[in-house]
Design a protein around this ligand. Structure first.
Ligand SMILES: *[C@@H]1O[C@H](CO)[C@@H](O)[C@H](O)[C@H]1NC(C)=O
Ligand SMILES: *[C@@H]1O[C@H](CO)[C@@H](O)[C@H](O)[C@H]1NC(C)=O
Length: 363
């Protein structure tokens, strides 16, 4: 103990600069998160929005057993990625706790309800749309500069790991929200998908310009098979064909666009990952892959998950926690899959490989 104190003293007095550099280099990489409710960890609780997960039983399996704003019974995908990075969970960008050294861990800018397009999720009123999430990331960097200076901020951002999950709402909370929606009158699905991809590309190029060099971009899950869509559109439990068609068109075009960006930058900046469990759900002990743990109506897929909803006893046995979102268990399995999967699932590399690379060696 005494020795440690002496050593720390030495550090602080004699080698102040060296020690600082060492601490900085020894810390886990910063982690930034952008996107929608699949990755929001509480930003919407600070907004006048109806898209919130701030009532029980959300958070029932979280360490505090309280709702946190995550659309999960417990942890969500960003939490499991943070664990893999060896760091604590990032705070929501709007959290007043995100100050000082905590800023160096990273930040979560995601906001439930948003999409690639500005008009997606208009019914949720105050949400942080994608362009605004990127503005806030710029603001974040200015705040960090005041703390550690311009050069180190650039390094922190360049060495960071980024997750972006967005796009599903452009279908379910826009195109397919109501019959005859404005976007469905404007585009057929085979026209709408390339439009979304071209708008997404602009957002990702801005993210690159803001200095990040390693970004995991997830596809949409099987949109037509979520309990909400089964409740609305399915007669015998089959997935909605039109929503399935939408994701089957969207995911390969997203992957293709990321490949083009990487070729243009001459580096593996963007990593595409499928957002669907590959393995047989039964092998993980799931008893239901169609019925949400929390909800009401057919498949527990109607309305929201509230204190009055049906609630399953063992959340780990359900693929879906609520009508749209995976359970904590599913999120853990998805991140496991990101870490270890082969190139037909995650491309051009899995996260074990990605996390072992120093992204600053990129141009
Ligand atoms: C979204 O809105 C912002 C602010 O009005 C605007 O700068 C941006 O260009 C819009 N994006 C699209 C794709 O229309
Ligand atoms: C990740 O990808 C690499 C390269 O494709 C592969 O060799 C490895 O087995 C995968 N899984 C893990 C856990 O690294």
């Amino acid at each position: 103990m005494a020795k440690l104190v002496v050593l720390l003293r030495l550090c602080s007095v004699v080698l102040a600069l060296r020690c600082l550099t060492f601490q900085f280099a020894g810390a886990a990489r910063a982690f930034f998160v952008f996107g929608d409710s699949l990755v929001d960890n509480g930003n919407n609780n600070y907004l006048l929005s109806t898209a919130r997960a701030n009532t029980p039983p959300y958070g029932i399996d979280y360490p505090t057993h309280r709702p946190t704003g995550r659309f999960s019974n417990g942890l969500n995908i960003p939490d499991f990625i943070s664990k893999r990075l060896g760091s604590e969970s990032t705070l929501p960008y709007l959290s007043p706790e995100l100050q000082g050294q905590k800023l160096l861990v990273g930040a979560n800018f995601a906001s439930a309800g948003i999409g690639i397009l500005n008009d997606t999720g208009f019914q949720f009123v105050h949400v942080i749309r994608m362009f605004r999430q990127l503005d806030l990331f710029e603001e974040y960097q200015l705040r960090v500069r005041k703390l550690i200076g311009i050069e180190r901020t650039q390094t922190l951002v360049a060495q960071s790991f980024v997750l972006i999950t967005v796009g599903g709402n452009d279908f379910v909370n826009n195109y397919f929200l109501v019959p005859n929606s404005p976007r469905s009158r404007q585009f057929s699905i085979p026209e709408y998908v390339p439009y979304l991809i071209s708008e997404y590309k602009k957002l990702l190029m801005r993210l690159y310009d803001l200095g990040v060099r390693q970004v995991l971009v997830t596809g949409t899950g099987p949109l037509g098979c979520v309990p909400a869509e089964l409740a609305l559109r399915s007669r015998n439990g089959e997935c909605s064909a039109e929503l399935q068609l939408a994701s089957e068109l969207y995911n390969p075009q997203l992957r293709q666009m990321l490949n083009e960006l990487n070729s243009g930058y001459d580096a593996d900046i963007f990593i595409y990952a499928d957002f669907q469990l590959r393995s047989d759900p039964g092998s993980h002990g799931f008893v239901s892959t169609k019925v949400a743990c929390c909800g009401q109506g057919p498949y527990n897929g109607l309305g929201l998950c509230t204190p009055a909803s049906n609630l399953c006893a063992n959340r780990d046995q359900y693929l879906f926690w609520d009508p749209f979102h995976p359970s904590e268990k599913t999120s853990e399995l998805l991140v496991e899959q990101f870490m270890t999967a082969s190139a037909d699932y995650i491309f051009p590399m899995n996260l074990s490989t990605a996390m072992a690379i120093d992204p600053v060696s990129h141009p």
